[in-house]
Design a protein around this ligand. Structure first.
Ligand SMILES: *Cc1c(COP(=O)(O)O)cnc(C)c1O
Length: 363
């Protein structure tokens, strides 16, 4: 067998000493993590004042989202405890990750999805990885309630982010950012749905700070879609709606943790509209060559909102120092949700198969 470097062997191999694993833990990995932190000259220019903006491209994980970081932990620990089956509620990416890592472990995965609200790529993944897929007549919050009920009576491990091992794995993204930058950034911008990821990053930043690996802690700025923004409005949203299906959540499981992260870091939560999300998604693909799914673009839309003083953003960018480092997490790959690109694809022009016709069109 070929031996990869530690960085290529997944987050448990790379960050073992910071994770609750032991020699008894079977490591179920698809070599997730170690994703690129891409400098964005154009976002840096938009922010100005010498800021350096970086994009943490989590779409390059094995199943195309950051969920793989948490799932390698959740599935490894489930197998360690003898589980033969796992279950999750999902807006799509948790189910894709659970299905892949369960397949890798040789155990059964069951996924509960809100009927009709899953991006096509994610649905394809659940089926291809061999999950038992149940579409429920309800939203994500209903699905999560049912998962909790099933977990109470059935011998099936829950791998939603209410499983603490998920956040443990996800915190490793913060470790990687600190290692790449040499310190924590000044400001971290991140999409918020069930609010596990922002909580996990904050845990990771704090742990490395406490261990002396980072000198500072970032300000955490979370962004919700305007139609599903329970934390921003400080109330449960019964019928959350947004094109960004991965953050279409009305009652986040990690609400309290996320609130603490934003409060203790001096950060804020803000909203971005679906139009702003789609515009930021297209902008990032067209201007920086980074194609992300709509939910992921919430952090980019958020940064753009903050950079435009006329839009009344919750976070005042002038609070961060000259030359600050800013990281935007983009959570999932653009190919997950091909339907949102349909409007743009529909503009395709067909030409006669001859040079002149093509030159006419591209002129
Ligand atoms: C899960 C997910 C989110 C939201 O993360 P939370 O931890 O639920 O806040 C955002 N974007 C994508 C692509 C996701 O898969």
């Amino acid at each position: 067998m070929v031996h990869n470097t530690l960085h290529d062997r997944g987050v448990i191999a790379r960050w073992r000493q910071f994770l609750p694993v032991s020699d008894a833990t079977p490591v179920i990995s698809l070599n997730e993590g170690s994703t690129p932190l891409i400098h964005s000259p154009r976002l840096s220019a938009i922010v100005g004042r010498g800021a350096e903006v970086y994009v943490k491209y989590e779409g390059l994980n094995p199943t195309g989202s950051f969920k793989d970081r948490g799932m390698t932990m959740a599935i490894s620990k489930a197998v360690e405890s003898g589980a033969k089956a796992v279950i999750c509620a999902s807006t799509g990416n948790t189910s894709a990750a659970a299905a892949a890592y369960a397949a890798r472990a040789g155990i059964t995965s069951i996924v509960l999805l809100p009927a009709g609200k899953i991006a096509l790529g994610k649905l394809a993944q659940a089926f291809m990885y061999g999950s038992k897929v149940v579409a429920i007549e309800g939203n994500f919050d209903d699905a999560l309630r049912l998962v909790r009920e099933i977990g109470e009576t059935e011998p099936i491990a829950i791998v939603n982010s209410i499983n603490p091992f998920r956040l443990e794995g996800q915190k490793t993204a913060a470790f990687e950012i600190i290692e790449t930058l040499g310190d924590a950034p000044d400001l971290h911008m991140i999409p918020v749905g069930n609010a596990g990821n922002i909580s996990a990053y904050w845990m990771g930043y704090r742990e490395f700070h406490a261990a002396g690996r980072a000198k500072k802690l970032p300000v955490m700025a979370g962004f919700q879609a305007a139609g599903s923004a329970p934390i921003f409005y400080n109330k449960v949203i019964e019928k959350p709606e947004t094109v960004a299906t991965a953050i279409r959540i009305g009652n986040p499981a990690s609400w309290d943790k996320a609130t603490v992260a934003m409060r203790d870091s001096g950060g804020t939560v803000d909203i971005v509209t679906d139009a702003e999300i789609l515009e930021a998604q297209f902008w990032l693909a067209k201007n920086e060559g980074i194609f992300v799914e709509p939910a992921s673009a919430a952090s980019i839309a958020g940064l753009m909102k903050c950079a435009d003083k006329s839009r009344g953003a919750a976070f005042d960018l002038s609070r961060i120092p000259e030359g600050a480092k800013i990281v935007c997490t983009v959570t999932g790959h653009g190919l997950k949700d091909p339907d949102v690109a349909k409007d743009r694809i529909s503009g395709i022009v067909t030409a006669h198969a001859e040079k002149g016709a093509i030159l006419d069109i591209i002129a």
